[in-house]
Design a protein around this ligand. Structure first.
Ligand code: SAM
Length: 251
């Protein structure tokens, strides 16, 4: 089963910054598309065009393909692939390239953005949305531990949980002219019983394996994190709020 946090995402919510710039016949590449919910929303916005979603995870791609069939989408296709090597795609083959929350996991973000720029047509749009800041309420000790460990685990793998803060720098280094970019930020909030249930289901044991493998926490500490998410799930005041950098850059 796909990660429930990712399954709840939509283009209307998570790609709102690019939707007004899409035209019906555009061809879009969604890099690190996960289970494809955002890609399918983008496909609806380009009914005479198409969306290709790529992701390293074969299970996510299979889920996205099934979802495309279920939803009757005829202009979205999905394939397994790494977002930093788009050798399968010629130069200038897309009107837009979109990423949502992939950059935090990428050890070589500038090289990746340069590759995304290569496959964009002149005048094409690069759309980035990644986290700049996370707030969790209330600050249960197990959740503080979770949000303290998360950046460390990502950084041990070469990523950056706050990748959104570096969007502009990376765009510049990858060859984009920031005069042709729109830098913006959007807040995202997860709250309410359904939202908490979804988030807690994804987060509860998410860090257990890397924390144990990297010797960063004991089984008991991992149990504490999981129990904190269980407790938080039932708290009406429970919220996770992120501030995301949402950027458009024209080639
Ligand atoms: C946080 S998820 C975001 C998924 C989707 N964009 C969304 O917001 O629903 C990050 C995704 O990036 C994928 N991923 C990580 N590194 C990748 C890479 N180098 N190339 C392609 N996909 C990658 C993961 O498999 C995962 O599906």
């Amino acid at each position: 089963m796909a990660n429930p946090i990712l399954q709840a995402r939509t283009a209307a919510k998570q790609a709102a910054h690019i939707l007004p710039h899409l035209k019906s016949s555009m061809t879009i590449l969604d890099v690190g598309c996960g289970p494809g919910t955002i890609s399918l929303g983008l496909a609806e916005a380009v009914p005479n065009g198409k969306v290709i979603g790529i992701d390293l995870n074969p299970a996510s791609i299979k889920h996205a393909q099934e979802l495309a069939i279920e939803s009757g989408s005829t202009n979205a296709t999905f394939q397994v692939g790494g977002a930093e090597d788009l050798a399968a795609f010629p130069d200038a083959s897309f009107d837009a390239v979109h990423e949502h929350q992939l950059l935090p996991y990428m050890p070589k973000p500038v090289e990746a953005i340069r590759e995304w720029r290569r496959v964009l047509k002149p005048g094409g749009i690069l759309s980035l949305r990644s986290c700049s800041f996370i707030i969790n309420v209330p600050e249960l000790p197990g959740l503080v531990a979770y949000f303290t460990h998360l950046p460390k685990i990502l950084s041990r793998r070469g990523g950056d949980v706050h990748a959104g803060r570096k969007h502009a720098t990376w765009l510049h280094e990858a060859g984009f002219d920031l005069k042709n970019a729109r830098l913006d930020s959007v807040a995202w909030e997860l709250s309410g019983a359904d939202g908490r249930m979804t988030f807690a289901a994804g987060a509860g044991n998410r860090l257990r394996e890397p924390l144990l493998a990297l010797g960063m926490a004991t089984e008991k500490e991992c149990d504490g994190i999981r129990n904190a998410w269980e407790e938080w799930k039932g708290m009406e005041e429970g919220r996770v709020i992120t501030l995301d950098s949402a950027v458009l850059a024209w080639k």
